[in-house]
Write a protein that binds this ligand. Structure first.
Ligand code: PHE
Ligand code: NA
Length: 483
């Protein structure tokens, strides 16, 4: 068994770092805007279902794989599979995860650049416009200049790489410790304001009223992809952080803390934003600029708004940084451990590629707006390919690996759950998660062709059949899944 090298410094180290990775623009920027686009409550419910049925079990599996294999995703998986005399090709799952994290970062720096720029804009008065339309104009004006947009993205990329080059443990642990409570307080203040803004009940209803007509295959896949994205799964981040987790710590407990914190931040962000949107007659489906066109209005109207606004965007920027760091940590750890490249050199090398690709993503908002493939600009393509394809695919391969291909004592040994807890986890990764991912994926492609709501008993039936096959028949006919 590999000796751990860079363990987290404190008992809270992993929880802090994993929360720092999970809580980010996914919660504050992406969750509200895709919830707006997919029509509210039904999407929120599908997303919560995916967190419970897929996100939590997959997160436990990833942390366990990381800790068992003690390395970057590719090496950790290779090692765990070798311990089982399994097929070495499984390490490709780790390689794909690393690539996925890197591709996410290529558009994430652009969004984080918005948060950075808006911190500054809160100070210099450019957000003093008093209507949603005027704020939309500010957002667009910011994006039409490749120089402005590009510089902010590069600033984010450089700060990220600088921290990663130095080693993430100490810095991430320290910054998350104050950033998380700070962000929670800011969101609560915003929700408090939203309560008085006149749009609260409408915003609340939008978020939590279930409308069956909004349950489409497409929306379901978006919710599934977002569950992976928001928990930093299938992208190398959690697996790599898990490889720094000391042996004695409970994987299940940390997973629940991280998942609950992440979900609370997303729901609070929704509760803060949608009331402002409805109170000001804005459309919830306004797209990626949603929070930047709405929240500044709230800050203008509330007492001490400028102070809160600066603090809010500053904290969102820090939250974005702690996520960005985790996206590239896998690549840097890989180059460092496997090829002996120093962390600094590994950061510089990946930084060059990162900045080049992120500039293409940035151009999607100005000169490259017309460069389209399948109707999407480059920024959207990066988001689409990672969230809709790579993460669900990586997730399903990961649950097949831990559910069927590893000797069961390995995961049992890592997870150290009581019997019933372990049985539940195994049931989830063997039957529920893979069937759901497959159904959601094929259904979105139109290959199953059923309405996900009307088809729920088919899904439950498939899970049941597979469970009976796996648990009752397979052991009797001595059909061993383990490779
Ligand atoms: N979970 C992060 C967020 O919600 C994004 C992320 C994705 C981070 C993948 C790491 C890896 O903002
Ligand atoms: Na998140």
């Amino acid at each position: 068994r590999e000796k751990p090298k860079n363990l987290w410094q404190s008992r809270w180290g992993f929880i802090l770092a994993a929360t720092g990775s999970a809580v980010g623009l996914g919660n504050i920027w992406k969750f509200p805007y895709i919830t707006g686009e997919y029509g509210g409550g039904a999407f929120v419910l599908m997303y919560l279902g995916c967190i419970l049925a897929i996100g939590i079990p997959v997160m436990m599996a990833e942390i366990a794989l990381g800790r068992r294999g003690r390395g970057s995703p590719l090496d950790a998986i290779a090692r765990v599979v070798r311990e089982n005399n399994g097929n070495p090709l499984w390490k490709a799952v780790g390689g794909m995860a690393m690539l996925c994290g890197f591709l996410i970062l290529c558009f994430y720096v652009v969004v984080a650049g918005w948060a950075f720029a808006y911190t500054w804009k809160m100070v210099d008065g450019s957000l003093a416009a008093t209507s949603v339309d005027a704020l939309a104009g500010v957002f667009e004006a910011h994006n039409t200049s490749p120089w402005l947009l590009g510089s902010w993205s590069i600033v984010v990329a450089l700060v990220t790489l600088w921290i990663v080059g130095k080693g993430v443990q100490a810095g991430v642990e320290r910054s998350v410790r104050w950033m998380m409570p700070g962000l929670a307080v800011m969101l609560l203040i915003l929700v408090g304001y939203a309560l008085t803004s006149g749009g609260f009940s409408q915003g609340f209803e939008f978020l939590f009223t279930f409308d069956a007509s909004k349950v489409t295959g497409e929306a379901f896949l978006a919710a599934l992809g977002h569950a992976f994205f928001t928990l930093s799964l299938a992208s190398g981040a959690i697996l790599t952080y898990g490889s720094y987790l000391p042996d004695g710590q409970s994987i299940a407990r940390t997973t629940f803390v991280v998942a609950i914190a992440d979900t609370c931040v997303a729901l609070l962000a929704g509760l803060a934003i949608f009331p402002v949107i409805f109170a000001n007659g804005m459309s919830p489906g306004a797209g990626p600029g949603l929070i930047f066109m709405s929240l500044p209005l709230a800050f203008q109207q509330m007492p001490f708004g400028t102070v809160f606004g600066v603090l809010f965007f500053a904290m969102v920027s820090v939250a974005a940084l702690t996520s960005a760091i985790s996206m590239i940590e896998a690549t840097v750890a890989y180059l460092n451990e496997k090829h002996g490249v120093s962390r600094v050199k590994a950061s510089i090398a990946s930084g060059v590629v990162l900045i080049a690709i992120s500039m293409l993503a940035m151009l999607s908002f100005n000169v490259g707006a017309e460069w389209k493939l399948f109707g999407m600009n480059f920024f959207d393509i990066l988001d689409y390919v990672t969230s809709r394809w790579m993460m669900p695919l990586g997730g399903i391969l990961m649950v097949i690996l831990v559910g069927y291909c590893l000797r069961s004592d390995i995961m049992r040994d890592e997870l150290k759950l009581p019997t019933a807890g372990y049985a539940l986890w195994l049931f989830m990764v063997r039957y529920v998660s893979p069937v759901l991912i497959l159904v959601v994926f094929l259904n979105a492609l139109g290959w199953l062709g059923f309405d996900p709501l009307a088809g729920w008993y088919w899904i439950a039936g498939a899970i049941g059949m597979l469970a009976i096959l796996g648990e009752v028949l397979a052991p009797r006919v001595r059909l061993e899944f383990a490779v």
